[in-house]
Ligand binder design. Structure first.
Ligand code: UT7
Length: 331
């Protein structure tokens, strides 16, 4: 019997309609369009509407995938969600999405790996397909960053936005799909990018409820240094491990945290800009959402057989790279 690989057979992105431009941010904090653009590459981000939850992003993503692939929600076996901004601390947003879309035969869970959440979830989902347990697993990477951002902190509010995307994974016996993955973590980096209050270390109480610890804290320089090194290293490592040269790679799909980090990774891989998916200017950093959002934006350009490398770095620290062979030509 030929080996089963886990192939992406459909992609769907979702961003809310609300926009937050650099000009809008100039009114909120001491910053300016020139600084934001030159330091990060971001022009605007999307903001969820009042009452719009992460599961609502997920519903749009799952419905889009089902429509494109011509399947019903009842056919989905699992939904795995990479996110740090779920609807609730519990239950999982996967459970909520399954309920809202009517995926009555599915189960799932959320994975917390910050900006690497989609890669961690994709690697996780791959196992269920490769070992023959399931035939249709949806992997979502999405974040509702506006729910945990302090819009008076210029170190973070200029970077993050809301949105995400998802993919359907199905078995393939012709060798397309996920070929290899390298995932890493270093928990000693937790102090540099975190939401300190609200967990069991410091539960919310009357005294701390409105303090900065309730929101994302980032020591930008330290995270930047680690991101540049580790995202580039792991991307080079996956190329080496799979005997891939820069000519062999058709697309790099990098986490969209900062254009300078993306450029450093592409340089290390020897890739020209045309092979790198970049949409940070439109959406900012949507944490676990950036990679599937790129795949959705570039779906029409991806061709069956393309060699694609996904790479991310984020809070935790977490990072990794996944190498896949694209499995279809978009209609
Ligand atoms: O996605 C998960 C992982 N996250 C990342 O990968 C993000 C990594 N970090 C970064 O992308 C960058 O560190 C930032 C974009 C967050 C900051 O850029 P930076 O080049 O590291 O700036 P900095 O913090 O070193 O600040 C440089 C200067 C400082 O002024 P002085 O001391 O040189 O006079 C800051 O006070 O820029 C100032 N500054 C700002 N000015 C205008 C810092 N933030 C801002 C701002 N607007 N928003």
């Amino acid at each position: 019997m030929s080996k089963i690989t886990a192939a992406i057979t459909s992609v769907q992105g979702y961003v809310p309609e609300g926009k937050l431009t650099n000009a809008d941010l100039e009114k909120l904090v001491d910053t300016n369009d020139e600084w934001i653009l030159s330091r990060t590459g971001i022009k605007e981000r999307r903001l969820a509407a009042k009452g719009e939850a992460l599961s609502d992003f997920g519903v749009k993503i799952v419905e889009g995938i089902c429509k494109k692939r011509g399947i019903t929600p009842e056919e989905i076996d699992m939904i795995i969600v990479g996110t740090i901004t779920g609807d609730y601390r519990f239950p999982s947003t996967s459970n909520v999405i399954c309920d809202k879309v009517g995926a009555k035969n599915a189960w799932g869970y959320d994975i917390s790996a910050a900006c690497s959440g989609f890669l961690y979830a994709l690697d996780n989902a791959k196992q269920y397909i490769e070992n023959g347990t399931y035939k249709k697993v949806i992997v979502i990477g999405a974040d509702h960053m506006s729910s945990i951002i302090n819009y008076s902190d210029r170190a973070t509010c200029i970077i993050f936005g809301d949105g995400g995307g998802g993919v359907l994974l199905e078995p393939d016996t012709e060798g397309f799909g996920i070929q290899d993955s390298i995932l890493k973590a270093d928990g000693s980096g937790r102090h540099y990018l975190l939401q300190a209050i609200g967990g069991s270390v410091e539960p919310v109480n009357k005294e701390n409820a409105c303090t900065p610890g309730m929101y994302v804290h980032q020591e930008g320089k330290t995270v930047f240094k680690n991101a540049v090194k580790n995202m580039a290293d792991v991307s080079a490592e996956i190329m080496e491990k799979n005997d891939l040269t820069s000519e062999d790679i058709d697309w790099l799909v990098p986490h969209q945290a900062n254009l300078r980090i993306i450029d450093a990774t592409a340089r290390r891989m020897g890739l020209e800009k045309e092979k790198v998916m970049i949409n940070i200017e439109k959406y900012g950093n949507t944490t676990a959402g950036t990679i599937p959002l790129c795949l959705a934006d570039w779906e029409s350009k991806l061709k069956k057989g393309d060699n694609v490398v996904l790479a991310a770095f984020g809070g935790g620290f977490t990072w990794g790279a996944i190498y896949l062979k694209w499995a279809y030509n978009a209609k």
